[in-house]
Design a protein around this ligand. Sequence first.
Ligand code: NAD
Ligand code: MG
Length: 365
Amino acid sequence: MSIQTLQVELAERSYPIYIGEGLLQQVAVLFRERGVSERNSLLIITDQHVAPLYLDGLRDRLAQAGYQVKSAVVAAGEQAKSFSVYEQLMTEAISAGLDRKSVILALGGGVIGDLAGFVAATYMRGIPFVQIPTTLLAHDSSVGGKVAINHSLGKNLIGAFHQPLMVIYDTAALHTLPEREKAAGFAEIIKHGLIADEAFVNWLEQNVDPLWTLQAGYIDKAIRQGCAIKANIVSADETEQGQRALLNLGHTFGHAFEALSRYAQLNHGEAIAIGMTLAAKLAERLGLAEAGIAVRTKKLLASYRLPTEWPTGFAPEQVLAAMKRDKKVVQGQLNLVLPRAIGQVEVVKAVDEQSVLQLMRDVQG
Ligand code: NAD
Ligand code: MG
């Protein structure tokens, strides 16, 4: 089996990401290699979609290897990142007798990573956790150490920075993903290429078929490179002082679409796909990027079945107003991440609002 590995460099909080087809069979081996022994009791946290697919297999293999394993299953979807589910998981952790040496396993997508990671960050002031991502989008949440739950007044407002002990990414588990979730994951992979790596973008353009069908030797490399690009940015800026803002390409537009549709019509990946297309068009109009970059961006996203056209039912004025409510807005100024070229972006401060509005009116048609 070929395994891609990547070390996320964060001084004493550095950790490896293992990526490969069938890695769920190797969890106990990887645990031993990293010093997680039978003396460490384990709690697997997963959701109702993932549990019937992968929980029993993982639990049984770990039990066979001699580990004490408990599991907790929460409802699937964003609503699980709530105070009530968090409290319920804390109750399960206490009842299961977890101590400071216990390890929490987050088996699922970004929701489970964020939720189980926040449980791990706060249980007894912090215990180790391992991410076992089962969505493509979770390549993004597996790097950076941000863990959180939501408040009714906003997403991810209650959280911490808590780095995992390791990330074990079994690409075989991605085959059961619904198509829209798969496309959403590619949106963030493409974003990482557009931010920092033109050669990677070329490769994503040339290998749509093997990537879309999740072929081993392709999808593992794409995940690795997506994680590597994010890891480079995060290592330079662990607590989000500067560079990390570059990761928001397409996100100020995207968050506005998500918020206005109350997170129903478009998922995150779809919203940022439209956002990245708009950012590229805006960069051309402002003379920041050469003509052609917007067409190329749009074509790439569309080849991974992502939407790039203005979504129906949104008024440009409303979108602009929502963009200005984004938490990244500083002192009323609209700061946007815009491309300079494929593989190169920058934060543009105080972008002219009229240009943004005009662009949105034009593409709305
Ligand atoms: P998710 O965890 O809700 O997964 C999407 C859907 O797919 C869910 O219904 C889930 O049950 C299902 N699913 C997961 N794996 C599956 C599989 N292998 N087969 C079939 N179904 C499967 O969402 P997501 O898109 O993975 O992540 C989104 C979340 O990640 C958001 O809450 C976002 O805030 C968070 N996030 C965090 C970071 C970070 O840095 N911490 C970065 C990006 C996103
Ligand atoms: Mg994102």
